[in-house]
Design a binder for this molecule. Sequence first.
Ligand code: URA
Length: 196
Amino acid sequence: MRISWNQLIENIMQCDHCGLGKGCIQKVPGQGDIHAPLMLIGEGPGEQEDKQGLAFVGPAGQLLTRMLAAIQLPRERVYICNVVKCRPPGNRQPSPEEMQACIGHLRAQTALIRPKVILLLGATAVSAVLGPEYRITRCHGQWFERKGVWIIATYHPSALLRDESKKRDAWEDLKRVKAKLSELGLYQDLFEGENK
Ligand code: URA
């Protein structure tokens, strides 16, 4: 049975399934349009996200906003969240145990949103959603269909900030997202700007 949004947020806020909750300022469930056909999944909150309680609002988030704008997609029209809802200390990668402890929240979130397309941002999201055997370097830009949902991965915006040479691939991946949304007849609803 699907839980309600209120119940989901309550579950996240009360969660003590792993130790991350003790070390963070606040939980970051995610935000955006809860009816969005496109859901974005990152790794976990960083410093700014932990302070503000919102996903992708730091430097990586600012780049993400520009990446979405480059395909004429306003970020408030999509839903953005992370694999783990609490900031790992020092922004380290969440451990497999921490990801496992948090995966129920992500599954409940996905069941409520029922996105048509999911964009995975980086290796942690790829591992959590597609499986630990998948590598971002190999699988980015490829489509996977799981239970009627189209899933694609691209590099995490933080990785793009560290290594500019990945930006070209990320741009190709984003264009595929736009094409898929268009193919599914969702383009008119989501996009704005000259190219509509
Ligand atoms: N990196 C992430 O993976 N998620 C955020 O919300 C911010 C940075």
